[in-house]
Design a protein around this ligand. Structure first.
Ligand SMILES: Nc1ncnc2c1ncn2[C@@H]1O[C@H](COP(=O)(O)OP(=O)(O)OP(=O)(O)O)[C@@H](O)[C@H]1O
Length: 344
């Protein structure tokens, strides 16, 4: 592993870029600083024993990359990086030797998403409520998927600095009388001592939607009909089940509160963006839900919040777009690659 400062971090083209989630590994090639990005078919992580096998099967028959910049769901530390929601372990030194690469950089998946924010256009977004972005102001991305990820992007001295963090694990609290009725019934997956702390990710991810639905059912003494998050969204969107509708409505409200917390913390006048596998699928529902009202409800700062725009990202591969922007114009991004950049 090499030590270096952010301004020395750039890699030779062609560059393989990748967004490795729990289920899907999305790969593309950035041929040079201006050429069009070439997408490869998604690989399912379950279909390959290791990431190197997936790259060998899906990328190498079509392209010979010299470098790779990969975004992973999980913290990047050391020479063996396990993924949070699948058994793959990324080993850059082995990857360089086996795939004939010169360099590998690993990023966090929400950090990569944050790198896409400055270049997203209106066609990539569904706006939820009012507000206008302030140029070069802080931006926040938060996304319910297998877990709840979050990151900020801060502009300073002509450079965008990604701020990866664990914003999905901040507290959620009951606010309304209905919340207080539901709260005691929420299963708590992180088991933290004598007090019940409900983290954002407890409710705001695929499994979290099921927890919220089950807590509603338990609070009402009813019988559960669903145990899969997509069944709950389908029933809610189709208007065929009251508990599912309430679960998805409350999901959006809690997401609005949590997104508002992050917006306050970073003063996100550049906007708050919803990413991840779930938000894009329910964008029209989020628009009609209590998301925006909950986002703004931050007394004494409602007027401030009202000006901050919120959007759902509907771009099909925003993390890849972020990595491509970084690979082409690394000088625009203050990505700290120390401890995450390997060379042959
Ligand atoms: N229509 C849907 N409604 C609600 N939840 C869904 C829906 N489709 C998928 N999910 C849930 O979203 C989660 C997957 O989210 P996402 O696609 O962001 O995953 P990921 O962790 O980024 O992994 P990958 O990128 O490999 O798919 C799973 O918990 C899944 O059950």
């Amino acid at each position: 592993m090499i030590q270096e400062t952010a301004d020395r971090a750039f890699v030779p083209f062609p560059t393989l870029i990748g967004d490795i989630g729990g289920t899907n590994a999305r790969f593309a090639l950035v041929p040079d600083a201006t050429g069009e990005v070439v997408r490869f078919p998604n690989a399912q992580t379950a279909d390959f024993p290791a990431i190197d096998d997936a790259i060998e099967a899906t990328v190498l028959p079509h392209a010979k990359p010299r470098s790779a910049v990969l975004a992973l769901a999980g913290p990047v530390q050391g020479d063996q990086v396990p993924l949070t929601n699948c058994p793959w372990v990324v080993e850059p030194k082995k990857m360089i030797a086996r795939l004939g690469l010169d360099e590998v950089i690993l990023l966090n998946d929400f950090e990569a998403l944050s790198l896409s924010l400055p270049a997203l256009g209106e066609e990539d977004l569904v706006r939820v409520g009012g507000g206008e972005p302030v140029a070069n102001a802080a931006q926040v991305v938060v996304g319910p998927g297998t877990g709840l990820g979050a990151a900020a992007l801060i502009h300073a001295r002509g450079t965008w600095f990604p701020v990866p963090g664990e914003g999905g694990h901040v507290d959620l609290a009951p606010v309304t009388a209905r919340d207080f009725a539901i709260w005691p019934h929420i299963e708590e997956p992180f088991g933290t001592g004598p007090y019940r702390r409900i983290a954002g990710e407890t409710l705001l991810c695929g499994a979290g939607l099921v927890r919220l639905y089950r807590a509603i059912i338990a609070a009402d003494g009813a019988r559960a009909r669903f145990d899969d998050p997509s069944e709950i969204t389908a029933a809610a969107l189709g208007g065929s089940d009251g508990a599912a509708e309430e679960a998805l409505s409350l999901f959006c409200i809690h997401l609005g509160r949590l997104a508002g917390n992050l917006a306050l913390a970073f003063m996100a006048r550049g906007g708050v963006f919803l990413a991840g596998g779930i938000a894009a699928k329910i964008a029209p529902f989020i628009k009609e839900s209590g998301f925006r009202e909950a986002f703004i409800d931050k007394a004494p700062h409602q007027a401030l919040m009202d000006k901050m725009p919120t959007s759902v990202i509907v771009h099909p591969a925003p993390a890849l777009a972020g990595i491509a922007a970084y690979a082409r114009t690394p000088e625009l991004f203050g990505v700290v690659t120390e401890g995450r950049h390997w060379r042959r």
